[in-house]
Design a protein around this ligand. Structure first.
Ligand code: M6R
Length: 602
């Protein structure tokens, strides 16, 4: 989604803002732009539909120290078509102020009408443009850029992270409301970014703007305001070590490397968390109430994170015997919250607007929200009562892969520790789950080895298939759902996931000769019947995770019970198949169309 970068300092502001934009590219965008002040007071303003790299041409022509203040943006269109004119930075009437904005201005139409009535000339149909005209209107002699911005945002409703450049003075001003923005200082300069990954190589620490903080940066350095008065700068956060650990490997795309990295991530999570499971130390360290004081668990998230949440809920439900619900975050608004509910909010970015809005619907002082996130300085982390780091490191591919495995495993460790701390769960089942957990890195590695060749072949066989079914039962179902999500987002082919028992209640009508049907085998013996129903109609079954015994040339499928979170390793062939098919169809597997890595609007 949209990304913001900005810099004011002694050297090369435009290059720094552009380089930081490059580190945000993975989030997905459709246009990019930059505005910078040259020392002679003139302005560099460039926008493009051809990617951040195209801005290098403009920026690269400047001598290294030519610019001292710059703002940059990657835009993912919500209001207004994808065009160079609609790309940020957006300009005021006088060509003095430039603005970059993330979020949505709900009352933009009314403000635009009022500003046009007052004589302002609009160049775009973009909601964000009202901000630059409001700042222009508020800026009078004696009113600094920060105060003008603070005044401007009092007229807005919606969400925003905004940085304004005054190209005449070289001052920057920034503010945020419901959209992330951070500020950092290094080497005599000040940075702003919507995501710490943008500036992670440049700074060691950063501060997070709370809602309605205003930070103004001029020759005297950064000054923090709040409601007209000055305020102390917010506390410092260290740049997370994992922010610099991007995956590397033999694939040209990030997704391929991130899939391959999953056994390593699993080892990292288990090394960090599993020592605190058996004695409940991991759970107690979070400072949340014992499960003796909790009656039910609600897990909420979106997309892949929601699927990870369903797997984690399985531990509390199947093993712990606790009532659990999994909630689609965007549908939580009218949920009736019962007392003594542990809420687990899962989001790799920690900035997903639907998840943050879902937390708004909780009763005040609810007191038991655990965030499971890959970004421990995110808005979600700061708004929760306890946080657990997924430890996946930066995931560049828009399609979640290694963060899914990391979320499931961190959530499982926490859930097992919570049960141990409260002495809940059948001890034989707990022991079996602990053994399965320890074996997970090897199971993931084995799945990578087993399926690499077959997945490439399957993709070749099914390149023309118009649609795919994914079936599962019990704890296998979430992996079927995740396989279908991966396939549709990467290949743009239709993919539906269903509980296998629902087949004959409707989806079976889709099955005809050659219809590819993936079945996630969690050892439930009823799957044999489901599969027979598909093959009887000519469907082509691809069974993932089966245990087969060959007796005199006859294949016998062995029933088995898996861990309470289901057959996690089954996601590997589903991710690999989705990627192989997408590559075969010449899709960009790292940046699927229409999608963004961090969905900061709801
Ligand atoms: O950052 P989050 O985990 O909250 O993002 C939630 C979804 O947007 C995300 O999981 C999405 O479904 C994945 N990109 C799918 O691969």
């Amino acid at each position: 989604m949209c990304g913001i970068t900005a810099y004011r300092g002694p050297t090369a502001a435009a290059s720094r803002a552009r380089n930081a934009l490059e580190r945000l590219e993975y989030r997905g965008y459709d246009s990019a732009g930059i505005a910078a002040r040259r020392p002679d007071g003139s302005t560099m303003h460039a926008r493009t539909l051809s990617g951040v790299a195209a801005l290098a041409v403009v920026v690269g022509e400047e001598p290294a120290d030519a610019t001292t203040a710059a703002i940059g943006h990657t835009r993912w269109a919500t209001h207004g078509e994808v065009s160079e004119a609609n790309a940020h930075p957006l300009e005021d009437c006088g060509g003095r102020l430039y603005v970059v904005h993330n979020g949505i201005i709900d009352n933009a139409d009314a403000l635009r009408a009022r500003l046009v009535g007052a004589g302002h000339r609009f160049a775009t149909g973009v909601d964000s443009e009202v901000i630059v005209h409001l700042v222009e209107q508020a800026q009078r002699p004696g009113v600094g850029l920060g105060d003008a911005l603070a005044d401007a945002v009092t007229h807005l409703s919606g969400s925003w992270a905004v940085v304004v450049l005054d190209a005449r003075s070289g001052a920057l001003a920034a503010t945020a409301h419901g959209s992330p923005l951070i500020c950092a200082e290094a080497g005599g300069g000040t940075y702003f970014a919507s995501d710490v990954g943008a500036i992670a190589p440049e700074v060691d620490e950063f501060r997070v703007l709370e809602d309605d903080d205003v930070v103004e940066v001029d020759a005297a350095g950064p000054r923090w305001h709040r409601s007209g008065g000055s305020c102390r700068p917010r506390g410092l956060w260290p740049v997370p070590r994992t922010a610099l650990l991007a995956s590397t490997g033999r694939h040209r795309d990030h997704m391929g490397n991130e899939i391959d990295e999953q056994p390593l991530i699993a080892r990292r999570v288990l090394e960090a968390l599993s020592p605190g499971i058996a004695d409940g130390r991991l759970w107690r360290g979070l400072g949340l109430p014992s499960l003796d004081g909790i009656d039910r668990v609600a897990v909420l998230g979106c997309g892949t994170s929601l699927h990870a949440g369903r797997a984690v809920a399985g531990v509390f439900g199947r093993l712990g015997g606790m009532p659990t619900r999994t909630l689609v975050a965007s549908e939580v608004a009218h949920e009736v919250w019962e007392p003594r509910t542990l809420v687990i909010a899962i989001s790799q970015s920690g900035e997903t607007a639907d998840v943050l809005r879902a937390l708004d619907s909780l009763p005040p002082r609810h007191g038991t929200v655990l965030a499971l996130t890959n970004n421990t300085s995110s808005t979600l982390a700061r708004r929760s009562d306890a946080v657990i780091d997924c430890l996946a490191g930066p995931e560049v591919g828009v399609a979640a892969t290694k963060t899914f495995v990391a979320q499931v495993l961190t959530g499982v460790c926490v859930a097992l520790s919570a049960l141990a701390a409260a002495d809940r769960g059948d001890s034989a089942c707990v022991d079996a789950d602990l053994r399965a957990l320890a074996a997970t890195p090897d199971a993931l590695a084995a799945a990578l080895d087993t399926w690499r060749g077959p997945c490439a072949q399957l993709a070749a066989d099914h390149a023309r298939a118009s649609g795919f079914l994914f079936l599962g039962r019990g704890a296998g179902l979430v992996y079927a759902a995740e396989g279908a999500l991966k396939l549709k987002e990467l290949s743009y082919r239709w993919a539906e996931a269903h509980p296998a028992g629902e087949l004959k209640h409707g989806p079976l009508a889709l099955v005809t000769t050659g219809t590819p049907v993936f079945v996630v085998d969690n050892g439930d013996p009823r799957l044999d019947v489901d599969i027979a129903e598909v093959t009887a109609r000519g469907g082509r079954v691809i069974r993932i995770g089966e245990r087969v015994l060959n007796v005199g040339g006859v294949a016998l499928h062995l029933p088995r019970t898996g861990p309470s979170w289901g057959p996690l390793e089954s996601v590997i062939p589903l991710q690999m198949f989705a990627r192989e098919l997408a590559l075969r169809l010449h899709r960009d597997v790292d940046k699927p169309r229409n999608l963004a890595k961090s969905v900061t609007v709801s």
